[in-house]
Design a protein around this ligand. Structure first.
Ligand code: BES
Ligand code: MN
Ligand code: ZN
Length: 493
């Protein structure tokens, strides 16, 4: 059983929220020198007095709780700061803050009143943020689950509220997979969770076990999996919301359920949390599942090459030359650079057998990417700049920032081997490891527009904020779902 993140029902109503005796009403109020603008004057005198007296100044995410004599049981004012400086991320945090406070107050439902200037894009992110904010099981274990959230504003629809909710649902599903301890979430267990998605309409799931992997010629994946008694799996999940006619987007997720480094063993501190090395596959499955639930009019394939990277008498070694699905041979210099091997087979298999219109892979691929971009953005690499720009935009919309890094021949040349078609790590060893790894992957892609997301720095969070608890973030699930929604014409931009 995966960790359960209950999803509240989020609805939209146009117009002002009624001032009836609900448990909690939240007002989002922007800052203004003109006190008229931040008050909803005359309706709740206690709030008017706080604003007029300067006790509440609508600073960014400033909150004050009011117990009005008449109207809602509680009125929570949340500041939105300077109205000229409001991007959508701001509203996502506002939604999350509202939910965090609702949780703390132990109410089972609440209402949000958006400010008058809020458009449909704001509704989407407030819904997404509010649902993300409900997930805080550790600090409020005794709080009842939040069952419903009703959002009131000038512009929007239930469909947009549903898309916002689905973004959080995709993220939660990804997190629940990553939370699983690695002794439970073996490659076989990951494949079973993927098979569970076959209950959604339009979805079929195939799983290749270790024998089928060999037979299919997925040699690079097979080699990475050899050292573990938890044998590898290759998952192919397909969704068709178009009757076979629409464009096909293939998503490939790195599914290393535990990365010890193999014989090139990691040190103890680097091995901590390496259960999250399947974060890419979790993001892919989260987006895939929610896209099917939304019945998006598009075709999607989710491909998960999954293995456990362990040292043993059967493990692949530094120095081995390993064949791959594409036929290219790989000299293994470091068994800890295993992600690129399993993805190489995933990408080559997907391109050859599914002929997708586009491929996107997500992987906790390199520590180097975390060094390059910190815990603020994932690395983006692509053979098609226009495609990359659309992915960057999806990340902006979902609140999962990505930044493009180079995929130049200089990096590719570092992979030169004397005994095989390539080495699995760069010769230079002088940095640029994220680009070298991406260049390795690029050798396994022919013509298809392709983007690679290196989420190593983003899939795990050591601190917490409004949107994320400590631990797995589910990074990438919202971005991929946003991309799929936009690609299918069901987005908001
Ligand atoms: N799973 C790791 C990358 C990683 C590192 C993810 C830190 C999250 C946090 C990957 O398999 C790996 O070990 N990469 C090596 C590559 C090196 C051997 C060229 C790395 O980044 O050190
Ligand atoms: Mn590794
Ligand atoms: Zn790894």
């Amino acid at each position: 059983m995966l960790a359960n993140f209950p999803i509240p029902k989020v609805t939209f109503q146009s117009g002002d929220a009624p001032l009836d005796r609900t448990p909690l009403l939240v007002w989002g109020l922007a800052k203004s020198p003109d006190p008229e603008r931040i008050a909803l004057p005359g309706k709740i005198p206690e709030a008017d007095r706080l604003i007029a007296g300067g006790d509440f100044r609508a600073e960014n995410l400033e909150t004050i709780l009011v117990y009005p004599e008449k109207g809602p049981e509680r009125l929570l004012l949340i500041g939105l700061g300077d109205p000229t400086n409001m991007d959508i991320d701001h509203f996502r945090r506002f939604g999350a803050k509202a939910a965090r406070e609702a949780k703390r107050l132990r109410v089972g439902q609440f209402t949000i009143q958006l400010p008058p200037e809020a458009g449909a894009d704001v509704l989407r992110v407030v819904a997404q943020g509010a649902v993300l904010g409900t997930a805080d099981p550790k600090t409020t274990p005794d709080a009842p689950p939040i069952k419903s959230i009703s959002i009131h504003g000038r512009e929007g629809s239930d469909e947009i509220a549903r898309l916002g909710t689905a973004l959080a649902e995709a993220t939660f599903f990804a997190r629940s997979l990553v939370i699983e301890p690695p002794n439970r979430l073996t490659p076989a267990a990951l494949a079973e969770h993927a098979e569970g998605i076959a209950s959604e309409k339009g979805v079929t799931v195939r799983v290749f076990d270790e024998k089928a992997i060999e037979k299919e010629g997925l040699h690079a994946l097979a080699n990475v999996g050899m050292g573990s008694s938890n044998k590898p799996r290759f998952v192919v999940a397909e969704y068709d919301g178009t009757g076979g006619e629409g464009p096909l987007v293939a998503l490939i997720g790195k599914g290393i359920t535990f990365d010890s480094g193999g014989l090139s063993l990691k040190s103890a501190d680097r091995m901590v949390n390496m259960k999250y090395d399947m974060g890419g596959s979790a993001a892919v499955l989260g987006a895939f599942r929610s896209a099917a639930r939304l019945s998006l009019p598009i075709r999607i394939a989710a491909i998960i090459p999954s293995a456990e990277n362990m040292p043993s008498a059967d493990a692949y070694r530094p120095g081995d030359v390993v064949p791959s699905y594409k036929g290219l041979t790989i000299e293994v210099d470091n068994t800890d650079a295993e992600g690129r091997l399993v993805l190489a087979d995933g990408l080559a298999w997907a391109e050859k057998n599914l002929k997708p219109d586009e491929m996107i892979d997500a992987a906790t691929l390199t520590g180097a990417c975390r060094i390059a971009l910190g815990r603020h953005a994932a690395g983006l690499f692509s053979n098609d700049d226009a495609f990359a720009a659309r992915i960057r935009q999806a990340g902006h919309l979902s609140g999962e920032l990505v930044w493009q890094l180079p995929l130049w021949n200089q990096y590719d040349r570092e992979l030169e081997s004397d005994v095989a078609d390539m080495k699995n790590v760069g010769r230079g060893g002088a940095g640029g490891g994220a680009s070298v790894a991406a260049s390795f992957l690029y050798r396994f892609v022919d013509q298809t527009p392709w983007a690679h997301l290196d989420i190593a720095g983003m899939a795990w969070n050591n601190s917490k904020n409004e949107l994320f608890n400590r631990g797995p973030t589910g990074f990438g699930a919202g971005l991929l779902l946003t991309y799929l929604a936009e690609r299918s014409g069901r987005g908001t931009s």
